[in-house]
Design a protein around this ligand. Structure first.
Ligand SMILES: *Cc1c(COP(=O)(O)O)cnc(C)c1O
Length: 391
């Protein structure tokens, strides 16, 4: 039986029907500029404000602390560059981790070329930051700590509240890239005590090209995009109203029936993890066993190559992603898998499957039927295949 099984929800998601329906009028009928004073403009202003309220409510913020961006990458860039620029008199040191998304990693690399110093903390074998290491990395010149909420590759959830507490005690700004966490985990920025938090609409069944940055009131941050006075003068550009409306609706839906939905996704994840471990030898689960994103599964299969595995899964209608940084067009193994201590060969044999809304138990059954055969076939062809003494 041939199926189409999409298991790459960490890369992006489809747009929910209710989300699209709410967006549609803002393309053709209600197309006004939110900055215009006539009715068509003001309708759009209201739509933007409602979206802000929904997002603020979902994460425990106030609406005036939500600023729209063109996605997760822009929000991340804004934090790193904007905090560095606004606080350079205070210090030039930033602490982040070695498993961040390229949006954080490469913004930090950029700053290193402009007189800033960056500490990239290592992680343990589950992908967690060690608090004592973080503590000893803090200097008098540290102005920002940025640690992702949950990792996009291996799903590991960080001790965000503890990190936030540490940062607060030292008077250092704390940012978390929560692009994978928003919609999938309960988040309360006030309770956790974060100063900035990034999110992106397309990771929780909203449209692509829209994101938001939560900035706690009173945070000293410079603009990334200069121009007009939109977003309280902090982010210029005519608002992408349809996308903003979609993101607002999507976040509202994500936290409706949240527990029930999450239980279902976690049950599918456990079925997939246990099924693979039972059926396939020489396999390692990457990421923390329980402190992980509800839909994240990441395996390393020894003696095979992730790219070939992906191609063969694709021929069977299964969409996943590998541990190679294929986004950059290179075949270097993922920096995240290397950071948790995998050797290059093992990292190369990695497969990430991320479960979402539309997946069913039948989808998981199908993967469990197809994957062992494919892995066995690839190992047969592999020059690295297991020898008897490996047993
Ligand atoms: C997807 C993702 C981003 C980038 O978001 P875009 O909307 O694609 O720019 C940043 N950080 C993490 C953790 C992500 O998963």
């Amino acid at each position: 039986m041939e199926r189409n099984v999409y298991l790459d929800h960490a890369a992006t998601t489809y747009v929910k029907k209710e989300v699209l329906e709410e967006m549609m009028p803002y393309f053709t009928q209600s197309f006004g500029n939110p900055s215009s004073i006539y009715k068509l403009g003001q309708e759009n202003r209201k739509a933007v404000d409602l979206a802000k309220e929904r997002i603020a409510k979902a994460i425990g913020a106030t609406p005036s602390e939500i600023y729209f961006t063109a996605g997760g990458c822009e929000a991340d860039n804004w934090v790193i560059k904007g905090i560095a620029s606004a606080n350079q008199k205070k210090g030039n040191h930033i602490i982040t981790t070695s498993i961040e998304h390229p949006a954080i990693m490469n913004s930090c690399k950029y700053l290193e070329k402009h007189g800033f110093e960056v500490t990239y903390l290592g992680v343990d074998e589950d992908g967690k930051v060690r608090l004592d290491e973080l503590k000893s990395a803090i200097k008098d010149t540290t102005i920002l700590i940025s640690v992702m909420f949950a990792n996009n590759e291996i799903g590991t959830i960080q001790p965000i509240a503890e990190i936030a507490k540490l940062a607060k005690e030292k008077g250092i700004y704390f940012h978390t890239d929560a692009v994978q966490a928003v919609g999938n985990l309960r988040i309360d920025v006030a309770k956790i005590g974060v100063d900035m938090l990034s999110m992106a609409g397309h990771k929780f069944y909203g449209p692509k090209g829209i994101g938001a940055l939560y900035i706690k009131k009173g945070t000293r941050i410079d603009n990334l995009i200069h121009g007009g006075g939109q977003e309280q003068g902090k982010r210029a550009g005519t608002e992408n109203v349809p996308a903003i409306v979609g993101m607002g609706k999507a976040i509202e839906l994500a936290y409706k029936d949240f527990d029930q939905h999450n239980e279902r996704i976690i049950a599918l994840r456990e079925k997939l993890i246990n099924g693979v471990m039972e059926r396939i030898p020489y396999v390692k689960l990457n990421g923390h066993r329980t402190d992980r994103l509800p839909g994240n599964v990441n395996f390393s299969f020894r003696f095979i190559e992730g790219e070939s595995l992906l191609l063969m899964l694709n021929m069977k209608g299964i969409s996943g992603s590998s541990g190679s940084a294929c986004s950059s067009g290179s075949l270097d193994p993922s920096h995240v898998l290397l950071a948790i201590g995998l050797d290059h060969a093992t990292a190369h044999g990695s497969l990430r499957l991320t479960i979402g809304d539309e997946n069913t138990e039948e989808d998981i059954d199908y993967v469990l039927e197809v994957l062992p055969t494919i892995v066995a076939r690839l190992r047969e062809m592999s020059p690295l295949k297991p020898m008897k003494e490996d047993k």
